[in-house]
Design a protein around this ligand. Sequence first.
Ligand code: AHM
Ligand code: MG
Length: 283
Amino acid sequence: MSDEVGAVVDVVAATAPEIRDGLADRRAYAEGENPSGERQLAADIYADELLCERLLDVDAVGSYASEERDAVVDGGDGRLHVACDPLDGSSNLRSNNTMGTVFGVYEAPLPAPGSALVAAGFVLFGPITTMVVARDGRVREWVLDGEDGDRRLLDEDLALPAEPTVYGFGGRVSEWTDAFAAYADRVAGELKLRYGGAMLGDVTQVLTYGGVFGYPGLRDRPEGKLRLLFEAHPVAHVVETAGGASSNGERSLLELTPERLHERTPLFVGDPGYVDDLEAALN
Ligand code: AHM
Ligand code: MG
């Protein structure tokens, strides 16, 4: 791709294999915590540093922000602003399960509204490494199978399956609200459980088989766990572009503007019927 947004996508594609190669030797905890108060693995920091350096090297990128650092990093006067969770689901590293890299490309300074996204996507480190990107109204999926971001197109117009099959909901069941628990009970009677503890893996189950993924607001933490700017907006942009829906329990995640960089939100994405029912159940 020779365009500016394409240059950002190219950098993520080229950096992902390096992040993946670095995982095996970076499974230990690092010293600090991230701005959300969660322990960081050496791999979280490694992925963040690689992406920050490479993305800010792109002329069009004016700033970089990530779940792993306090403040936005200024990169000059480019018109694009990139928000990342460099290694989402990194608690799966110890048990050697799926995780990924998720990014949003905003055409406004961060924190920005979901409507300012011009592209978003994620890399999934599964048995194979895949990347999905939503831009210009369609979602493409590739296998990343070479050095320097070489990639093979798998699907040039990925669409959420019309028939819902799977679901996955995060958080302890004992922490769910009564309204969410009642909804989850109904869903469990209709769909198959697929929950792996990494949003990008669980969302990919939904994009592949149809269904719904959610991380709800909890009794003690009504704002849920996932971060609006780094995780929720990009995934919502991908799922909505693929024909699905997203919600914070009330409205599309893409209609929300974070007041703070690391703001959390309840998140639901997937089949429009199930997301509508969720909103009805919670309100
Ligand atoms: P992380 O960004 O620190 O990895 O946290 C996000 C992850 C999501 O991938 C996943 O859906 C969720 O946390 C699982 O949380 P929990 O381990 O509390 O069930
Ligand atoms: Mg994360």
